[in-house]
Structures are given as C-alpha cells and as structure tokens.
Design a protein around this ligand. Sequence first.
Ligand code: OSB
Ligand code: MG
Length: 376
Amino acid sequence: MKLTGIELRRVEIPLVSPFRTSFGTQHTRELGLLRVRTEQTDGYGELVTMAAPVYSAEYTDGALAALRDHLIPLLAQAAAKTRGGRTGLDPWAVAPALAPIKGHRMAKAALETAVLDAWLRERSLSMAEWLGATRDKVPAGVSVGIMDSVPQLLDAVGGYLDEGYLRIKLKIEPGWDVAPVRAVRERFGDDVLLQVDANTAYTLADAPLLARLDPFDLLLIEQPLEEEDIRGHAELAKRIKTPVCLDESIVSARAAADAIALGACAVVNIKPGRVGGYLESRRIHDVCVANGVPVWCGGMLETGLGRAANVALAALPGFTLPGDTSASDRYYRTDITEPFVLKDGHLEVPREPGLGRTPIPELLDAVTGTKEWIAL
Ligand code: OSB
Ligand code: MG
C-alpha cells in the first residue's frame, strides 16, 4: 500500500447534553480526524483526545502537533523505505515505525487506524472479519454523567433504561457515590446491570467509603485510584467486594499483564485510543482471555467512525461484559457518519469494508474547525 498524503482535521461537535465526570464538564466534543490517502483509497482514523489533558496527558491540540511534527514524518520515512518493495506499508509496520516517540498513544492509534482502514478497504475486508469477531451485534451500555441532583440522575437513568440500554455506568466522585448508587438500586431494582467509574478521584484512604458500595452488587468499580497506583489498586481490591476494573492504568498489553499479575484488577476496560490502537487492543484482549479476566470496550465519546471500530472490537469473544458502546444519539444529534442506533439494546456489528463507517463529507465539513494536508 502506497501512501500519498495525510489530512489532519480538528473537529468540534456539540453534545446533546453536558457530560460531567470527576475531571470536569464537557459541552462539546473537540477531537481530531485523520484521513490517509493511498494510491487506491482513503482511510480514516479518529483521534480520541479531549480538548484538555484531564483524562490522560494527551489533548487534541498537543496530539495534532505530535502527529504533524513527529509521528507523520516517521511514518513517511518508513513508507519511503517500503517503496520499490512489492507490498508497501501495512498496519503492522505502523507501531514499530512510531516507536521512537514516547507515549502519545492516542495520536499513534489515530494514525495506525487510518492506515488499517485504508488497508482493509483495499482488500474489501471488514474490521470485524479481520479481527475475528464472533458476534453480529453487541450489547450496549451507557455512561451516565454526574448530575446536580439525585432526582435528575434517576430521570436520566430511567430514560436510558426505557431506550433499552442493557447496562448503566454511573460516574462517581467524592460526594457523589453511595447516595446515587443506592437511589438507582432502590428505584430500578437489583436486576439492572450497574457499575461505577471514578476516573481516579479517590485514594486508598477512601477504602472504607468505597466498601460502602459492597451491598449494591455492582459489576465493577472502574479506576478508583490514580493511573500509576497499581499497588494501591491491588490493596484496595483486598478491602472491597466490588471487582476492581482498570481504565486509565492500562496503557498496553504489558501494563495489563502486570496489573493482573499484581492483583490490581479483576476486569479490564479496553479503549483503543488509550493503548495505541486496535492491534494492541487485540493483544490486551488475548492477555486477559488467557488469564480469565473479562474485558469490555470503553469509549471516548467517539463519532460513528471510532464507534464502528469499537463495536467490531467488542464482538471478539473475550468481551463478555457490555461496553460503553452506546448509540450515536447518546452524545450527538447529528453524527458525522451514518449513525449507530439501538436495536433491542444492541448495536449491529458493521460488515462493510474497512472500519465500517465513512464520514459524510458535508457533515464532516460542518464540524471542521481547522484542516491541513501533509503530502508524502
Ligand atoms: O473514563 O470511561 C471513561 C468519557 C471520556 C473520558 C473517559 C471516560 C469516558 C466515559 C464515556 O465514561 C465513554 C463513552 O460513552 O464513550
Ligand atoms: Mg473510565
């Protein structure tokens, strides 16, 4: 496959309602979109960074700079070396080419995904087929933000359950934890699949408080402590009954293997952006399956493009828990691709060539802030 150029866009899409987590409130989604051009086709990759480095160290403007100034030049060099060769660049060559740059996993993921999309399209192969997806649809969960009041939360959760969502995740932080969980259990019963996500808002000293969640039979508690506090999570896991799931801490297959070996997590959230792409996501899936650790697919408020790839990933056999794979209208009134819709609480796994969705030019242009073209 021969690359001829790469387009970088910064897009800004309004959210249907503000989304509040322990690290702040979002009103719009400000992410990046990459298009790689090959001699035969285009490939797209979503850059899932947020506008500010509050979930992880990456952020959209920084990631776009890393792509422009460091990652794309390295990929161009690797592509030049394959010129004259028979096969050219393939998706497996991207991560090794970018390895000299530390971190910047979301930026690397966006680039690798765009190359992968083009490579799959050139072969008329779907992401699901290529990954080895074993299901035609995946159960949809929804992440519910922190609200101003418990009645407001109950309205939101009730609305999602009426729509058919099969699992509810409540964002929590100190001061918004036991009471909202209790209220949701009291109103909607013990059969609702329920879990919480703290986005690193607690410390090990909060173990007695977090143990008060034990009676509510939660599926898991996601990332209660700091990203780097693996030992703390292992200790916390001994002090509470709710299974500990890691999100922010799991930046690679190695990190997953280490966290599991140290007893820091019983469940893993796989987010392709956070770990550098779908190839590494697949490896994490394999590590977790080998260790009997259930995984589920996290989200970063993706557009239909990233959502399509996530849904394909979530159709792998180790994804035994519903993910944050909600319908497009959970976040966006108008998506930039054909939207994902809920059918009996599930999303259909795309089977079209490539990621399975393509940005619709007019819709993409309407949300594009800046755009640049890098010829290769
Ligand atoms: O921690 O899972 C998270 C959104 C942005 C950043 C981090 C997280 C989230 C979510 C929502 O919980 C995931 C989604 O619905 O896409
Ligand atoms: Mg999380």
